[in-house]
Design a protein around this ligand. Structure first.
Ligand SMILES: [Zn+2]
Length: 108
């Protein structure tokens, strides 16, 4: 079977700009209990890391939103971010929003 050309194949990864800061979004194994992480905006090479253990697209969307909300509103408490990301991801998923995981670079 011929390998499909993809962004992943060429080693590009997605970047997201949140309030004039840019994060690279990568997928990597974060262990059994962490679904996602974000570096503080003060870091030079910032990344948002999404666990490769997540398989359900709605959950990937939720975790991505969760980390993006942290990036936008660094001082908002975890519980508010948790609830907002869950509710927004549910609404967006219902409307057909999906994360194209092939656009996210996998890091070991
Ligand atoms: Zn959080």
């Amino acid at each position: 079977m011929k390998r499909r050309k993809s962004l992943l194949y060429f080693g590009f990864s997605m970047e997201v700009k949140l309030r004039s800061n840019t994060w690279k979004i990568v997928r990597m194994d974060l262990g059994p209990s962490v679904r996602g992480e974000i570096d503080p905006s003060s870091y030079v090479n910032k990344s948002i890391r999404i666990s490769t253990r997540l398989k359900k697209n709605q959950e990937i969307l939720e975790v991505l939103l969760h980390e993006c909300l942290h990036g936008c509103f660094w001082d908002i408490d975890e519980e508010a971010v948790e609830k907002a990301a869950f509710d927004i991801s549910k609404a967006l998923y219902k409307l057909g929003a999906r994360v194209d995981v092939n656009k996210l670079l996998k890091k070991k």
